[in-house]
Design a protein around this ligand. Structure first.
Ligand code: ASP
Length: 348
């Protein structure tokens, strides 16, 4: 009799522990969060960026973060939130997206952008475009108003114009410092992410950083990820990076997480980096920090790639990781947590 009571007690204990484990994590009702990045790279170190310059970056990151956060706070959706954050960074010459885009080997700017809705898995991307002031808005049009996922070049510009997206003359994107960056590597058969360590070679006061990206989860629990970039300095004419390749530089799925990446795009395409992280969480029983670490350090790095990723999971928890010296990054959550960082520190 006593033995059977003991057995029942022990199994009840195990059962409740197990149930607790399975139900431990839930998204707090009405909670929301946003995380953004402004690019990763070897040049992002305390030695390279003066304190004054750090403040300038911090202020712009904060402005972008708050623009997205305010939308979420008012009950808005995660698509509008990431769009608001990204357009602010695209309009700033501080970043390698929209106005601050880097030049290709021919001396032209060709931009890529993507957005993905984690609820519907609907996505939109544009590749190799000029004239579109805010490439992320055109990516959204592809997602919302076309049957396609990716449009390139002229076709993307025509669609954007049809839906009233602002077009500008290519001189709008002109940036002398970006031209100087190109001149330093042109003819050297060398592509570089905007922030790669060229410390000795470059005038670092002039050196500017960053592809931009954002991931948000709204009160409804819907996740959206978006990324926008000018690509890599001295890239070949027509080169398309990881950013508009869904699953490589940009991915969102409400059942796992949303991700935006930055770094040497070819390696993120070859490892299908963002989707790989999502799959490791979904099928590999890994936590988001484990999955991020695995893909960056065990898959991308051994191939020679450099960069990082930001992530929000279905519970509204925010993570990031990178193998470069730094990554411009910031997060804000409805529980009050806020961070703005740029130098090495692997996890949030
Ligand atoms: N991933 C981008 C590309 O390869 C570059 C970057 O993130 O800076 O186009």
């Amino acid at each position: 009799m006593r033995l059977s009571i003991l057995i029942i007690a022990i199994s009840t204990l195990f059962y409740s522990c197990d149930t607790q484990k399975k139900t431990k994590k839930v998204k707090e009702p009405n909670s929301f969060a946003i995380v953004i990045h402004g690019g990763a790279g070897g040049g992002i170190t305390r030695d390279n960026i003066s304190e004054k310059r750090q403040k300038v970056y911090e202020q712009k990151l904060e402005e972008a973060l708050n623009a997205g956060y305010t939308i979420l706070e008012k009950g808005g959706n995660s698509q509008d939130a990431i769009q608001a954050a990204i357009t602010i960074m695209e309009d700033s010459p501080l970043f390698n997206a929209g106005k601050g885009s880097v030049y290709n080997s021919e001396g032209n700017q060709e931009m890529d952008a993507a957005i993905m809705n984690g609820k519907t898995l609907n996505s939109g991307a544009i590749a190799g475009v000029n004239y579109i002031k805010n490439p992320i808005l055109a990516a959204r049009i592809v997602m919302d108003s076309s049957k396609h996922v990716m449009l390139s070049g002229k076709g993307a510009v025509i669609l954007a114009e049809k839906y009233g997206i602002e077009l500008v003359d290519s001189t709008y994107f002109y940036d002398e410092k970006r031209i100087n960056q190109l001149k330093r590597v042109q003819g050297k058969e060398k592509n570089q992410i905007d922030h790669t360590a060229l410390n000795k070679e470059f005038d670092l006061q002039d050196h500017k950083y960053g592809t931009v990206g954002a991931v948000a989860i709204d009160m409804e629990g819907n996740i959206t990820a978006g990324t926008s970039t000018g690509g890599m300095t001295n890239k070949k004419y027509g080169r398309i990076g990881d950013v508009p390749v869904i699953g490589a530089g940009t991915y969102a799925n409400n059942t796992t997480c949303g991700i935006s990446a930055t770094g040497t795009g070819e390696y993120f395409i070859r490892t299908v980096a963002s989707h790989e992280v999502s799959s490791l969480i979904q099928y590999g029983n890994q936590t988001p920090p484990e999955a991020l670490h695995h893909v960056i350090f065990n898959q991308i790095e051994p191939l020679g790639g450099e960069g990082g990723m930001i992530l929000i999971d279905k519970y509204g928890d925010v993570y990031w990781d990178f193998n470069s010296s730094g990554m411009f990054r910031a997060l804000k959550k409805s529980d009050g947590e806020t961070k703005i960082e740029m130098f090495k520190k692997n996890r949030s």
